[in-house]
Ligand binder design. Structure first.
Ligand code: UDP
Length: 309
């Protein structure tokens, strides 16, 4: 099969490239604003440098549409870019898919639930998103991407994955999200920066588990999934404070833990209900947090000691 992966040089996209290029002709489409060609070295993929906000014409069988900045650190500085990537960019990808009758998997997000009032979150929950807050460029444009996916699902196969917090090797050290921050701070014996009091929660899925779920979702023949979102994430919930302590312990770090202001609209709780993925895809995460963190810490140690690797 000919498979396109937008955002293929980024974190999750790179793992998809690795897995899918074993048996398919893979086209990695990336603007390189956050991804890096370095991530693709050793992979048998065709790289196309392209910003999906502009039209693209490529005859493919399947497209994993992963492109977008996803770190809250970028939501302020790159708000318009993010809003357009997920709206105009998604439209361009869906139009191209329709032209060639390709299937599309849209990478949506747990952020579509905003700061959720329902816990855990299942796909029927419609969310609590601030349309004009600092996260809205991401949250609302991903919600709109889902709407576009639903509209196009009348004509082509569209799968929508609501991806919860995911971590693993190939996250950027400077990504700004919690796991790369805590691990790199701990390795460098710099202060580990908790935003707020650390009682907020997240549920962390190892990237290999997520990629397995994405491939199952894309290839499911169940018509009920067309244009219908599916949560993919690990339901094991942890406070941010506990994560800081665990990462400090696992790295043998002498870092202090410091408390910084909580960003506006930072969700207080997040945990996926994955009943739908279990029922339709027979999927659930397998990697334990300890073993996933161990691999991620090793990756970051190597990156920090050999910056050009
Ligand atoms: N966070 C933190 N310190 C950091 C980075 C993030 O305490 O250095 C918190 C952040 O405020 C949020 C949680 O960790 O409550 C997860 O943040 P992340 O950016 O990883 O992802 P989010 O789930 O917010 O998209």
């Amino acid at each position: 099969m000919k498979i396109g992966i937008t955002g293929g040089a980024g974190f999750i996209g790179r793992h998809l490239c690795e897995q899918l290029s074993r048996n398919n002709e893979v086209y990695c489409i990336d603007s390189l604003v956050t991804g890096s060609e370095e991530n693709l070295k050793d992979l048998d993929v065709t790289f196309i440098k392209h910003d999906i906000v502009n039209n693209l014409d490529l005859k493919l069988d399947q497209i994993y549409h992963m492109a977008s900045r996803a770190s809250p650190k970028d939501f302020d500085s790159h708000a318009l870019e993010i809003a357009l990537t997920n709206s105009t960019g998604t439209l361009n990808i869906l139009k191209m898919a329709k032209k060639y009758n390709a299937s599309v998997l849209i990478a949506s997000t747990s952020e579509t639930y905003g700061d959720p009032l329902v816990h855990p979150q299942n796909e029927l929950y419609r969310g609590n998103v601030n349309t004009t807050g600092p996260r809205s460029c991401y949250d609302e444009s991903k919600r709109f991407a889902e709407t576009l996916g639903y509209v196009f699902s009348k004509d082509i196969t569209v799968r929508i994955a609501r991806i919860f917090n995911t971590y693993g090797p190939y996250m950027q050290i400077e990504d700004g999200r919690m796991i790369p921050n805590f691990i790199s701070q701990a390795i460098r014996n710099q202060p580990v920066t908790i935003y707020g009091d650390g009682t907020q929660t997240r549920s962390f899925c190892y990237v290999d588990d997520l990629v397995r779920g994405l491939v199952l979702l894309m290839n499911s023949n169940n018509g009920e999934l067309n244009g219908s979102p599916v949560n993919l994430g690990n339901p094991e919930e942890h406070t941010i404070y506990d994560m800081a302590v665990k990462i400090k312990e696992m790295t043998g770090s002498s870092s202090d833990i410091v408390f910084l202001p909580l960003p506006e609209d930072d969700p207080k709780k997040r945990k996926p209900d994955i009943s739908k993925a279990m029922q339709y895809l027979n999927w659930k995460p397998e990697k334990t947090l300890d073993s996933g963190l161990k691999e991620t810490i090793n990756y970051f140690k190597n990156q920090i000691m050999n910056p050009k690797n």
